[in-house]
Design a protein around this ligand. Structure first.
Ligand SMILES: Nc1ncnc2c1ncn2[C@@H]1O[C@H](COP(=O)(O)OP(=O)(O)OP(=O)(O)O)[C@@H](O)[C@H]1O
Ligand SMILES: [Mg+2]
Length: 390
């Protein structure tokens, strides 16, 4: 019994809970279903390793998690997974804060749930057999919540699209993470030219399903970059779609993507509107791209003021990337320190020889893990990405 993985399903809907027991893949584990009235009695008796909470409303779910965490404080910290019958982003956000490790909308995400469940059962089994119960499972098992990295600059033409596409390919090639790139330039787009792919599909196809957006919708419209196998959500390049997409759609899109992928890299257009703002708000890291010239520096100061007025928190979030550095630059990166309190996370040199021929041939700047003749810019971005992945 002691080496058995125990799953507890808490649901007040008797029929759904019976149905779930049949649908869930509980190989190598035992599952028991109870209602909320039975929680006080059963939790310390069962001492579950995995707790599935079905369709509780916000406050009740939060209280439930806190109660179980307290009851099991001396034991193996359980993994909490929330099962919802419909999408609810604010609830999800609160639950993640309370220590819920994962959230699935059923029935659409049943396959992902089963995959996650097996992964959790496997990890618990390993811990049980190695008797390392004290190691916090939270860290080992937490499905890496998707991190959103966005590329932004108040100034156009500074290299956001070039750097974000190359960064995304590099993360994909240099790690095992599941990576998605999104081109949020809804009207003009164009990231595909840097990636050498055809725009056979775009996220315009997601508009009709925005209200019930889930992981499989995203995966269905994502285009694969053939070399790195990076997933891409390409721009519709359509002014009418641009008008129909709201800032709420952007928030929903990014949240769903970050649940489906380990890392989401977003190319954000320079003009500031509600959509750009929502995308920045959702970003865990904002790579602010700038060039070493006065207009770029002045604009950065204006953007910072704007962020303050909009109450967009930039601390620990905004990282400056200097691009297109050349010997002939009149200013030096150190001159910028005077104006900018943020640390400079990367300095990328101008690479005419590397960039132009690739783009003109319709080839991406990164193609495989071990490439002999890597353009200088790709080497610099690799160094930057590897230091960030550590
Ligand atoms: N480090 C670099 N070396 C050489 N060329 C570069 C470099 N960075 C950017 N470029 C070139 O500068 C041009 C503008 O870059 P890019 O389109 O990525 O800028 P952007 O910030 O996305 O512009 P927009 O605001 O129009 O979307 C491109 O032709 C790109 O190839
Ligand atoms: Mg661009």
């Amino acid at each position: 019994m002691d080496n058995q993985v125990r799953i507890l399903l808490i649901s007040n809907d008797y029929n759904r809970s019976e149905e779930l027991i049949l649908q869930l893949n509980t190989d190598n584990a035992v599952i028991q279903a109870i209602t909320s009235n039975e929680v006080a009695r059963e939790v310390s008796r069962v001492t579950p390793h995995i707790v599935l909470v079905h369709a509780y409303d916000g406050n009740a779910a939060t209280e439930l998690i806190q109660y179980i965490q307290q009851e099991l404080a001396e034991n193996f910290p359980p993994i909490f997974i929330y099962l919802a019958d419909q999408q609810n982003f604010s609830l999800l956000r609160n639950l993640l804060r309370e220590g819920m490790q994962d959230y699935f909308v059923l029935p659409e995400e049943l396959d992902s749930l089963n995959e996650r469940l097996q992964q959790a059962v496997h990890a618990v089994t390993e811990q049980l057999t190695s008797k390392k119960e004290t190691i916090a499972t939270e860290h080992a098992l937490k499905k890496r919540k998707g991190r959103i990295h966005s590329f932004y600059s108040g100034k156009g033409g500074v290299g956001k699209t070039l750097l974000s596409t190359l960064y995304a390919q590099t993360v994909k090639l240099e790690s095992t993470a599941d990576v998605l790139f999104i081109d949020l330039n809804i009207q003009y787009g164009g990231a595909e030219t840097f990636l050498g792919v055809d725009r056979i599909r775009s996220y315009a196809e997601l508009l009709p399903v925005m209200d019930e957006l889930n992981e499989s919708h995203i995966r269905n419209v994502a285009v694969k970059e053939p070399y790195s196998k990076l997933d891409l959500l390409l721009s519709p390049q359509d002014a009418e779609i641009e008008e129909r997409m709201t800032d709420e759609h952007i928030t929903r899109l990014l949240r769903t993507c970050s649940r489906a992928y380990d890392i989401v890299i977003v190319d954000i257009p320079s003009y500031m509107d509600a959509k750009t703002f929502s995308a920045l708000e959702e970003s865990e890291i904002i790579h602010y791209v700038m060039t070493l010239d006065t207009p770029s520096i002045t604009l950065f100061k204006r953007v910072q003021d704007l962020f303050t007025r909009l109450r967009l928190d930039t601390e620990d979030r905004l990282q400056v990337v200097m691009n297109r550095l050349e010997r002939s630059n009149e200013l030096l990166p150190s001159d910028v320190n005077e104006f900018i309190s943020f640390s400079i996370a990367a300095k990328i040199r101008e690479d005419k020889k590397g960039v132009l021929p690739s783009i003109n041939k319709g080839e991406p700047l990164r193609k495989e893990i071990k490439e002999k003749k890597l353009p200088a810019i790709s080497k610099q971005v690799r160094k930057w990405v590897v230091s960030q992945l550590k």
